[in-house]
Design a binder for this molecule. Structure first.
Ligand code: IMP
Ligand code: MG
Length: 183
């Protein structure tokens, strides 16, 4: 197994992730059959989860992408959320599902949800693979579908990065913290 030295240990194995993604796919298939939903991948962190999830959904759907950034190169949130949402994505009257890798303070998803609601979708739901409930800053905010609730650890792999590294690990690993920022 490819395990860079910055990884302290594996939190979620490939098998565990696969089983959960398949479970989420079944739930979403039941919920969105007949609705031709629009699944939105929040780049870049969600890309691996997104690609696996949509293949577990057994009904017609469409996909789109947007970019959200709240982190610089380290492990401390700037609290500043920026989006670039394609102006041409028409959401009016659509059943829209935001697919996120991880919900931490929830600032990103809170801001994104408010932004997308302006586009008047018929419904707007959030699916996140990981959730760190103990880190919540936007109180009471939660995802509609979630994979795993995890402790307050900085994790990488399966799309998640630290300074753009480790996105290609097939599992979710715990990052060995080197001071406040990873190098
Ligand atoms: P929030 O706005 O604080 O909820 O932050 C959400 C974003 O922060 C996620 O989409 C990730 O890009 C990033 N993030 C939060 N925690 C982690 C982590 O443990 N590993 C990697 N990225 C994280
Ligand atoms: Mg992200």
């Amino acid at each position: 197994m490819y395990c860079p030295e910055e990884i302290e240990g594996v939190l979620l194995t490939e098998e565990k992730i696969k089983a959960k993604v398949s479970e989420l796919g079944e739930l979403l298939t039941r919920e969105y059959a007949e609705k031709n939903p629009l699944f939105i991948c929040v780049l870049k962190g969600s890309v691996v989860f997104f690609a696996d999830l949509i293949r577990e959904i057994k009904c017609p759907l469409e996909i789109s992408f947007l970019r959200a950034s709240s982190y610089g190169s380290g492990t401390v949130s700037s609290g500043n959320v920026q989006f670039s949402v394609g102006a041409n994505i028409d959401m009016r009257g659509r059943h829209v599902v935001i697919v996120e890798d991880i919900m931490d303070t929830a600032r990103t998803l809170f801001a994104l949800k408010n932004e997308l609601l302006k586009r008047e979708p018929e419904s707007l739901k959030i699916v996140t693979l990981l959730d760190k409930p103990s880190r919540r800053v936007v109180s009471g905010f939660s995802a509609d579908y979630e994979g795993f609730a995890i402790d307050d650890l900085f994790v990488v792999g399966y799309g998640l990065d630290c300074g753009e590294k480790f996105r290609n690990l097939p599992y979710i690993g715990i990052l060995r913290q080197q001071g406040t920022y990873c190098t």
